[in-house]
Ligand binder design. Sequence first.
Ligand SMILES: Cc1cc2nc3c(=O)[nH]c(=O)nc-3n(C[C@H](O)[C@H](O)[C@H](O)COP(=O)(O)OP(=O)(O)OC[C@H]3O[C@@H](n4cnc5c(N)ncnc54)[C@H](O)[C@@H]3O)c2cc1C
Length: 454
Amino acid sequence: MTASTPAPGADRDDTGRVVVLGGGLAGVACAHKLGDEGIAVTLVDRNNYHQFQPLLYQVATAQLPAEDIARPHRTIFRELPAVEIRTTQATGIDLEHRTVTLAGGEQVSGADLVIAAGARPEYFGVPGAAEHAFPLYSVADAERLRLHLQDMVRAGSEAGADAGLLDIVVVGGGPTGVEISGAITELMAALVATGRISTPGRIVLIDRGKTLLGGFSDKSHEYAHEKLSSDGADPRLTTGVTAVHADRVELDDGTSIRTRTVIWGGGESAASVIGTATGLKTGRGGRIDVLPDLSVEGHSHVYAVGDAANIPAKDGAILPQLGSVAQQAGLWAAENILRERRGDKREPFRYKDKGIMAMIGRNAAVAEVGRHRHQVEGPVAFAAWLGVHAMLLSGAHSKADAFLSWAWDYFDRDHAAIVEWSDTPQRIVWGDDSADVPHITVDRPGPDTTAGRS
Ligand SMILES: Cc1cc2nc3c(=O)[nH]c(=O)nc-3n(C[C@H](O)[C@H](O)[C@H](O)COP(=O)(O)OP(=O)(O)OC[C@H]3O[C@@H](n4cnc5c(N)ncnc54)[C@H](O)[C@@H]3O)c2cc1C
C-alpha cells in the first residue's frame, strides 16, 4: 500500500513511512537498512532493477551480459515485506510535504524523504553531443553502445579499415573515459587476434586537462597514459570537443576526427528530477548541498545521498561521486532516521575512505588508498579494485564471491582467446537467483536515464 498524499500543510506523515527516491547504490542501502528494521519504505525507481555502474564497460564491450550487473529490486527486497517498490518515473519533489509525484500524477509521501536519484550526463552545451554521443551511465546505455559497436564491427570488417567505421572517440579523461578506452583497446586486440577484424580501429581519448585521471597522483596519470598508449589508444590532452556530428567530432584546435562512435565521459550533473524541487539549495553539478548529517537545510526530514548530493567531508571538501560514498551515505541516512526515531541525536556522516581506483584493463589498474593515498598499480591495484567492488556488489547480490571467481577466471585467461562477440557473453554463475532476469529496454530513454561520470 502507498501512503496517500498529505493534505497541504500537513506536517508529518503519521504512518512513519520513508520514501526513498532512487534504487541505486545509495537508495538500496538506505531502504535495505530501514526495511530490515521493519520501517515501512516506498522505493521509487524508473527501472525495476538496481544497476551496478562500475561494470558498465564490461557490458558495453560484451564481456558481461547486462543481466549480471542489473538485479531486480523485487529480488533484492524479497525478504523485506516492509519495502514497497514502485517502478515508475518520478516527475516532481515537494520538500515541504516530503512528497514525490509519480508519472501519471499519483503522489507518495512519507515522514521522511530520502533523495537518491543519482546523476545524468552533462554535455556542457556541446552542440550535437546529446543527439550523437553515447553516454555510459546506465545498463541501457551500455547495451545501446554494445549493439552499436557490434554493428560497427560487422560493417567495418566488410568495408575495411579505410572506411573508419571502427574508429572511436572517447570524450573525458576521468575514470569513465580511461576505463572505457582501456576496455575497448582490449576488445580491439581480441577481435584482431580472433580474426574478426584485420586492423584495430583508432581510439582517441580527448580531454581538456593536462593529464588523464585528474584527481589521481602524477604516478597514476603516467601509468594510465602509458598503459593506454602502449595498448594502441591515442590520448590527446589540452584539447576540447566543440561539436559532435553523426560522422565526426570537431575539436577546438580547428581539426576534426571522422568517427561514428563518440563515447561521452565528459561530465555529469544531478538527476533532472532534482530541479523540480522548489527552494532546494543546489551547488556544484546541480547536486543538493547537504548538511553533515546528510539532511537538507531547512527540511530536516529530507535527506539527499549519493550522486545526487554534495556531501561535505571532514576537511570541508566535497566527497567524490563514488559507489562507496553512495552506499555508505545511504546507510547513514537510514541510521540517522532510526536514531531520531529512537529519540537519539543524529550523527554527522563519517565516510570510511576506500581510496580511489580505476581499472584500465585486465590486470591493469591504479589505486590510491589510505590516509596518505598510497599509490599502487598493475595487478595489485587490479586486485584491490576487485575487492572493493565485490563489497559494493554485496549490497545488492547475496553472492558477491561469485563475482570474484568470475573476475579471476575471466581476467586471468588469455583474453583474446575467449572474447565472444556474441549476444551471450559468459555469465557470472551467481548460484542463487540467476533466473530472475530484469527487464532491460535499450530504447533511447529520456534525458535523465543516462548520464556520465567524469
Ligand atoms: C561508468 C561508471 C563507472 C563507475 N565506476 C565506478 C567505480 O569503479 N567505483 C566506484 O566507486 N564508483 C564508480 N562509479 C560511480 C558510482 O557508480 C556512483 O557514484 C554510484 O552508483 C551512485 O549511486 P547513487 O545511488 O547515488 O546513484 P545511481 O546508482 O545512479 O542510482 C540512482 C537511481 O535513481 C533512479 N532515478 C533517477 N531519477 C529518477 C526518476 N526521475 N524517477 C525514478 N527513478 C529515478 C535511477 O534509475 C537509478 O536507479 C561509476 C559510475 C559510472 C557512471
